[in-house]
Design a protein around this ligand. Structure first.
Ligand SMILES: [Zn+2]
Length: 298
């Protein structure tokens, strides 16, 4: 959820590349260091694992016939995510699919390097795919700045997924739910994870916060498209998903680390039937406040 323009620092690592997920372009931003603090990977439920960093989620879904990775955080997070995957005993080379929530630099920045390391297919919404391929925000992004700054290392092969489409890797199945608003291509994802016979619907919710550049109005005031209704519909859609476990693009949105810390052999706090509804309710409050501000502004 960037609120400022990041600066891309290019490093000449190309001659040193070993095939590991080394970042060729690191991002420098006010929050980057804090967000990119290493975190020990941990189990969420069944075959679902947190492999991200302190402020940016990355989630691994495993199977004996290949894995799925959700989001790649910052460019400089890629090596940490790969190390987390290996620390759990899995191989990054077995990641067959990488999906993206939204193509901002703090959730998609590491995808290019992780794709190189794994050979995985990357899947995203149509708008998200445009941004990943070009390495810039799309022009109708509320945070589009209208310059040629590179925001994300370009991703070569991106498969476009439709709303409701399910992508399969071996026994795994992950479904895309379009939740536009924060970006035009914002996508939440869901899958099932099981422990013995007990299966849970896991939802990875995209950011639903109305952040924009100066001059952009979600109400359409001033000439930008009115996306207030579609944004509200995205929030309602998230609330209505079958959702036993909520994960989110920023771990803090779903209290991910608090839940991991509170976990005991008897109780898994990730299992919470109200998680998606509570997240949607707080997003609706933020959106309502933003729309009210826009409507009352002169
Ligand atoms: Zn964002």
């Amino acid at each position: 959820m960037p609120t400022f323009k990041p600066v891309l620092l290019a490093f000449s690592l190309s001659l040193l590349m070993t095939g590991a997920a080394q970042a060729s372009e690191n991002l420098n931003c006010d929050n980057c260091k804090e967000w990119n603090r290493p975190v020990k990977p941990f189990n969420v439920y069944g075959n679902t694992w947190y492999v991200g960093v302190h402020g940016l989620s990355s989630v691994l879904i495993t199977s004996p016939r290949g894995h799925i990775l959700v989001d790649g955080a910052l460019p400089q997070s890629a090596a940490l995510i790969e190390a987390n995957i290996r620390a759990l005993g899995f191989r990054v080379e077995d990641v067959k699919l990488i999906v993206n929530s939204h193509a901002h630099w703090d959730h998609a920045g590491g995808i290019a390097a992780l794709q190189r390391a794994s050979g995985a297919v990357v899947a995203a919404s149509a708008s998200g795919a445009l941004a990943l391929r070009s390495g810039t925000h799309v022009a109708d992004d509320p945070q589009y700045y209208g310059d040629a700054a590179v925001h994300v290392p370009k991703v070569a092969k991106v498969r476009v997924v439709r709303d409701g489409e399910t992508v399969r890797i071996g026994p795994l199945a992950i479904t895309a739910h379009m939740t536009p608003g924060h970006t035009p291509g914002s996508t939440s994802w869901s899958w099932r994870s099981c422990e013995q016979q007990r299966c849970m619907n896991v939802v990875y919710a995209d950011s639903l916060n109305p952040i924009s550049r100066d001059g952009f109005n979600f109400t359409g005031k001033g000439g930008t498209p009115d996306i207030s209704a579609s944004f509200a519909a995205s929030i309602a859609r998230l609330a209505a998903l079958q959702c036993d476990i909520l994960l989110s693009a920023h771990p803090g949105f779903a209290d991910t680390f608090d839940k991991a810390a509170a976990r005991t052999p008897e109780r898994n706090p990730f299992v919470d039937a109200d998680g998606c509804r509570a997240y949607a309710a707080s997003a609706a409050k933020l959106l309502d406040a933003r729309l009210a501000r826009e409507r009352s502004a002169q």
